[in-house]
Design a protein around this ligand. Structure first.
Ligand code: GLN
Length: 313
């Protein structure tokens, strides 16, 4: 083992010990009833370096609901299919608003600020759905995750999907509102059905860090050597993760962690140290902006101790 790998192992194990001992853990999301059943006690971390070293800590093998982390992967798929035409449907500016805010949509004629707030992600999913049945579109998203993570066992938690389908009134409002501006092409129920299921994909930190490797490696999937997406697009996805990946907590995340990252209300965060590592953390307790409380603290420590901030040593 190289000295750098040994150092990373020590840092990851210190972080897992530190997070296990913390009492202030944030609040688990309750607006999707099924997510409220998850214990806030969990913490997991997985780091996969560009040279293939894997460092794991805590509950790194326990699957959780990836929720909005899925938006990075649907954006990648849609960019692959539509190229820069995608940006006619959705912007790429930070929203400065909560993830499910409706006010900005009215002012901006139904064009969502960015692909990572709910409205933007629903618009991206609608683009993936076009020309397909919902089942096929979902199959495409799931196969993409399995291919990236090199793991055919990744699946959808149907109970979580059904739970959100029953209670996702705000997302239905956002989708109907966009539909009224002609931003969605497909029937609202179909687009939402795919969106709720993509959010309900269950993955462990290890699987998620595996799936994110292409973002740390200029678009290349190291398992197959295949280029998932062009290097230039990869840089741009990372840029949107940095500026928009944590909703109205994106500035704070960039300030403290200094890495592109995407959070989800299941408590997961995928963070990328370009050229260095793909990182996934999970702790279900959230802060006021809906981002994992301990996940952010863990990434702040990791980036500091590994000198990984993109803003310099
Ligand atoms: N499925 C969730 C929702 O639409 C995703 C939100 C999130 O993870 N921030 O509300």
């Amino acid at each position: 083992m190289t000295k750098a790998s040994a150092h990373l192992d020590t840092v990851v194990s210190d972080i897992a010990d530190d997070m296990r001992a913390r009492t202030e853990r944030g609040d688990v999301a309750t607006y999707i009833p099924e997510l409220a059943r998850v214990s806030p006690k969990h913490f997991g971390i997985a780091v996969i370096t560009a040279d293939g070293h894997v460092a794991l800590g805590g509950d790194s093998d326990m699957p959780f609901s990836i929720q909005s982390v899925s938006k990075v992967f649907t954006l990648t798929l849609a960019l692959g299919r539509y190229g820069d035409r995608l940006w006619r449907r959705v912007g790429r500016e930070p929203s400065g608003s909560p993830f499910n805010s409706i006010v900005q949509l009215e002012r901006e004629q139904g064009i969502p600020r960015n692909p990572f707030i709910n409205a933007g992600a629903i618009a991206v999913t609608d683009m993936i759905l076009s020309g397909h049945q919902p089942r096929e579109a979902l199959g495409e998203i799931l196969s993409f995750m399995r291919f990236l993570a090199d793991d055919p066992t990744i699946s959808i938690d149907e109970a979580v999907a059904a739970s959100e389908q029953r209670t996702g009134f705000r997302n239905a409002a956002l989708a109907n509102y966009m539909k009224s501006f002609g931003v969605l092409d497909n029937p609202v129920e179909m687009t939402l059905g795919v969106y709720f299921h993509q959010c309900a994909i269950a993955m462990s930190c290890k699987q998620l860090a595996m799936a994110g490797r292409f973002l740390a490696q200029s678009g290349r999937n190291p398992s197959t050597g295949l280029q998932v997406i062009q290097a230039e697009r990869t840089r741009r996805i990372n840029a949107v993760m940095l500026t928009c990946g944590h909703y109205d907590g994106s500035g704070e995340f960039a300030y403290r962690v200094g890495l592109p990252g995407k959070s989800g209300v299941g408590g997961g965060i995928l963070a990328i140290s370009p050229g260095e590592a793909s990182i996934a953390v999970w702790s279900p307790g959230l802060d006021a902006a809906g981002n994992s409380h301990l996940g952010r603290i863990a990434l702040e420590t990791l980036s500091k101790r590994m000198d990984w901030s993109i803003f310099g040593a």
